[in-house]
Design a binder for this molecule. Sequence first.
Ligand SMILES: NC(=O)c1ccc[n+]([C@@H]2O[C@H](COP(=O)([O-])OP(=O)(O)OC[C@H]3O[C@@H](n4cnc5c(N)ncnc54)[C@H](OP(=O)(O)O)[C@@H]3O)[C@@H](O)[C@H]2O)c1
Length: 232
Amino acid sequence: MTDLQGATVLVTGANGGLGAEFVHQALARGAGKVYATARTPRTWDDARIVARALDVIDPGSVDAVVRTAADVSVVVNNAGVSGTNRLLDSDVADVERVFATSVFGALRVATAFAPVLARNGGGALVDGHSVLSCLALAGGYSASKAAFWSITSSLRVELAPQGTQVVGAHLGYTGTPMTAQLEVAKADPADIVAAVWDAVEAGQHEVLADQVSRAVRAALSSPVEALYPSLA
Ligand SMILES: NC(=O)c1ccc[n+]([C@@H]2O[C@H](COP(=O)([O-])OP(=O)(O)OC[C@H]3O[C@@H](n4cnc5c(N)ncnc54)[C@H](OP(=O)(O)O)[C@@H]3O)[C@@H](O)[C@H]2O)c1
């Protein structure tokens, strides 16, 4: 259970649709300061928001932020990139590019901030997965989110002794710049982020933030054809 009241939160990819929502809702729940990090930091109209340059792919960039954000008690691994949909139509280099951000970048941020979280009483790490962590319909992107889900599970166990809550968030299509080109039903980013912060404050390990995530997660115990009807 992590109280956001008075917390110092760091969000990666904070300029994005869900990232900005994490920033604003953390403050609405009482966070005292939010490091809004981005590859190209923007200006924010709130003295409680501290903009910082952070490219999760770049170890030097991550180290520089760790050195100047020693008060962080909650980290949100939100940064991510979309990728190719069919593995057979993809260059392996494109898949590696997605993994560089969503898997290795997130792991780099988590390991760099783990000692900071420990020094600040444990706190919380929030990892932004996807319904596609459980459903391999998006090639390299699905693979990256599945790998990230596994990393989160390992980190949850490894960080438990220092009292760090690790929350894995699963969500389906949500209305952000990442999905702007898709003509599908999309959740409201405000609803998704509210569900994630509710889970953090309730002490949960995982949040299935929308109906599609709950349905797909439940279907994991079914035969493979339940998730992939084309195989039936
Ligand atoms: N929207 C959905 O339907 C959906 C569903 C499931 C999961 N997600 C996940 O939710 C997270 C947030 O995505 P979103 O929907 O809010 O999309 P978004 O608006 O495209 O935001 C993604 C953010 O990640 C940042 N980013 C990319 N590479 C980075 C790097 N190397 N270092 C630091 N920041 C980097 C981007 O920064 P720049 O502005 O510099 O490009 C951007 O601000 C992602 O992990 C995404 O995979 C989204």
